[in-house]
Design a protein around this ligand. Structure first.
Ligand SMILES: Nc1ncnc2c1ncn2[C@@H]1O[C@H](COP(=O)(O)OP(=O)(O)OP(=O)(O)O)[C@@H](O)[C@H]1O
Ligand SMILES: [Mg+2]
Length: 343
């Protein structure tokens, strides 16, 4: 996706001052770190989740726990099953097998709108803002439990008018925060791809959720806005929410995630604190699909064999990239160059 879109509302580009590092949440797991490790305070617990499409097993997760009030990144190459897992956990798709709970409630078979009412909201990899509604109208749709929608209370306009204005106020506060306030009366269709991503996230927050699931929140967002987007996500945690996000941008993952879960071929293949999981850059790079010709099993030592030349080159390349990222993130907030997603 292009990163060259215009900034919203004619705003000045963000400051390039080095981002303030906020404390990471630690001590999230119990026992030895391994795929499926138990969490001290899980908000989601899922078991034996399987989803197949014809002969293809898109998701086959044995056990997964998402830690509460922390930021968890879900990473993995294209086609690993990340979006499918999001769809299943949020009721947008049904698994062939498996069960899971959110805040202790079983969510198996619970439809998406109900899941959202319970406080678990998500955004989409491809944005779903409604183009023929204005930005503000999109925001209002995100609010839950609107009185005007219920028959009895709709007979008392005073009640819902008051609520309507409260909702509008909250929407404008969020739009302000996401630098979209000046666009509130514009059709969502007129926004750039990155602005639509911001609108989707702002809209998700209208329902005052407990768990926010973001599918590639950075994709297509102007680099000048990425720092503020990171700050918004960190704010969610500070406000007591839990965040689970899918992302290919390793700079972002390193910077804000408290915990990282790696998926490949539908399975959870690794998890842990970002520094631990991402220690082996060559493996991570392979998981991210930059060099899918290298057999991961060989790189990780799971399968006997020599690491091919490209694998060695990959390790050097990534070490350099990693060095660049570190020196840059000290200097300014410019995101690193990273391989574009292949899809
Ligand atoms: N509705 C569908 N019908 C058939 N196959 C599907 C469907 N949805 C997903 N798949 C397949 O399931 C696998 C997992 O897809 P998914 O979109 O979950 O991957 P992903 O990890 O989100 O990838 P990306 O990083 O590219 O977004 C892929 O092989 C994909 O082609
Ligand atoms: Mg996806």
């Amino acid at each position: 996706m292009s990163n060259s879109e215009e900034l919203p509302g004619g705003d000045e580009p963000m400051s390039t001052a080095a981002p303030e590092q906020r404390p990471k949440s630690t001590g999230l797991h119990k026992g030895e770190i391994a795929p499926g490790v138990a969490k001290v305070d899980p908000i989601i617990i899922a078991d034996d989740i399987r989803r197949t499409f014809g002969g293809l097993t898109a998701v086959d997760v044995k056990h997964i726990e998402i830690p509460r009030n922390a930021i968890t990144a879900l990473i993995g190459p294209n086609g690993a099953g990340k979006t499918t897992l999001f769809n299943l956990l949020t009721g947008f798709d049904k698994p062939d097998a498996g069960k899971w709970t959110f805040e202790g409630h079983s969510l198996s078979g619970v439809p998406a709108f109900k899941v959202a009412q319970l406080g678990q909201v998500r955004t989409f990899q491809l944005t779903k803002a409604l183009g023929l509604l204005t930005v503000l109208e999109n925001m209002k749709l995100g609010a839950k439990g609107q009185r005007g929608e219920r028959l009895l209370s709709s007979l008392f306009p005073a009640l819902w008018r008051k609520q309507e204005s409260e909702i509008e106020e909250r929407a404008m506060v969020l739009l302000q925060k996401f630098k979209l306030a000046e666009k509130s009366e514009d059709f969502a269709a007129s926004l750039s791809g990155g602005q639509r991503k911001l609108l989707e996230m702002a809209r998700a927050l209208m329902s005052e959720p407990t768990l926010v699931m973001l599918d590639e929140p950075m994709a297509g967002v102007n680099p000048a806005l990425t720092q503020s987007l990171l700050d918004h996500i960190l704010d969610l945690k500070d406000e007591g929410m839990t965040v689970l996000f899918v992302e290919h941008d390793m700079h972002m993952v390193r910077h804000i995630a408290d915990w990282v879960i790696v998926m490949a071929e539908g399975k959870v293949v690794a998890e842990g604190p970002p520094d631990e999981v991402m220690k082996n850059q060559a493996v991570i790079d392979a998981y991210l699909g930059a060099h899918q010709d290298v057999d991961l099993g060989v790189v990780t030592g799971r399968i006997a064999g020599d690491i091919p030349e490209v694998g060695k080159y990959m390790a050097d390349e990534v070490a350099t990239l990693d060095g660049n990222i570190r020196s840059r993130s000290h200097k300014d907030s410019t995101p690193p160059e990273h391989p574009e997603k292949s899809s």
